[in-house]
Write a protein that binds this ligand. Structure first.
Ligand code: PBG
Length: 334
């Protein structure tokens, strides 16, 4: 017999005792469901994201109704725009009759309690595939922020509850706050993509929206001059300080799984709610391995989401939101 005073296994001896010391749990209200939309009637499957589609008009309503029924209260909308709507200035982003704006009005008309989050960035609307305006081989900061402010106000006017700048331009949170307030939208929140990394895990998303940077002349081929270097964590705290000072209501880390340390460090540094985005590439990996029978999908998905919560995220944006909500209802991880 070992002479042990402490035996941590006593706390793991059965499910009831294990539940006494459980520190983290998942529930559908922790999830925000990202949805791809397009201006058409049919849903169009997305190759690298099995189970996800660019939703048509009816598909969007059906998907939201299902999510609400499963206890998910919020969605974020990503539009697949027609090539003909894309311009170097991304003007379609602030068209009050644009796809996102019309979709918000339809959703609010049908589901008044649904919380709608919108993406503020120009990449779906920019003919060069960047989140801001490109000129002379550079992504312009201040000019882009002006357009982003118009986009956010147009989304608020349509009924968005939370606008979410994912563009990583400097100063955009403060500028958007001021533009929203000036337009009378003091109650519209800002969920800032505070630490958004220049990640290869966004690949399937760019396929879904056909929004990858264009291979043209002097257009930068990547987003490294505005999205963060995956090597950096301290820099996330610097972005956090700025976003807090500029009036962000919530802050985000993206991607989630490979950046749990960043979530954890931000958790220690802020009292704001933290969101984390389990992005398209994380979804694709889990799907592919599960489809091959190499991983147990239900178990690995719930474990990955739990890990993100344990690291310190309050809210998770995940394409698995609906499935996870159903798995939780049917017994969760036990
Ligand atoms: C664009 C945006 C991206 C994602 C969300 N908003 C892609 C990018 O920055 O290139 C990625 C989400 C995902 O991969 O699931 N502003």
């Amino acid at each position: 017999m070992l002479d042990l005073v402490e035996r941590p296994r006593r706390g793991r001896k059965n499910p009831v005792v294990r539940a006494f010391s459980r520190e983290t749990w998942l529930a559908p209200q922790h999830f925000i469901l990202p949805l791809f939309i397009h201006d058409g009637d049919a849903d169009v499957a997305i190759g690298a994201m099995p189970g996800q589609s660019r939703l048509g008009h009816d598909g969007l309503l059906r998907e939201v109704e299902g999510a609400l029924g499963e206890g998910i209260g919020a969605v974020v909308l990503f539009p697949k725009e027609l090539e003909a709507h894309k311009t170097p200035g991304g003007e379609a982003s602030h068209d009050d009759d644009g796809l996102v704006q019309r979709s918000i009005r339809r959703l609010k008309g049908r589901f008044p309690d649904l919380v709608i989050v919108t993406d503020v960035a120009l990449d779906p609307y920019n003919s060069l595939g960047h989140d801001g305006i490109v000129r002379g081989g550079r992504i312009l900061n201040d000019e882009s922020v002006e357009v982003l402010c118009r986009q956010a106000v147009s989304q608020a006017r349509a009924g968005a509850d939370i606008v979410s700048p994912s563009d990583m331009m400097d100063g955009r949170v403060g500028a958007i706050r001021e533009a929203l307030d000036d337009a009378g939208f003091v109650d519209v929140s800002i969920l800032s993509y505070t630490a958004k990394y220049a990640s290869a895990f966004y690949g399937p998303f760019r396929e879904a929206l056909d929004s990858a940077p264009r291979d043209l002349g002097d257009v930068p081929k990547d987003k490294k001059t505005y999205q963060m270097d995956p090597a950096n964590a301290r820099e996330a705290l610097r972005e956090l300080e700025l976003d807090e000072a500029e009036g962000a209501d919530m802050v985000m880390v993206k991607p989630a799984g490979p950046y749990l340390d960043v979530i954890c460090r931000m958790r220690e540094a802020t009292n704001l709610p933290i969101a984390a985005y389990q992005v398209s590439g994380e979804y694709a990996m889990l799907k592919a391995a599960s489809a091959n029978g190499w991983l147990d999908e239900r178990k690995v998905v719930l474990e990955s989401l739990l890990g993100i919560r344990r690291a310190g995220a309050d809210v998770i944006l995940t394409y698995y939101a609906r499935q996870a909500a159903r798995w939780l209802r049917d017994g969760g991880l036990d």
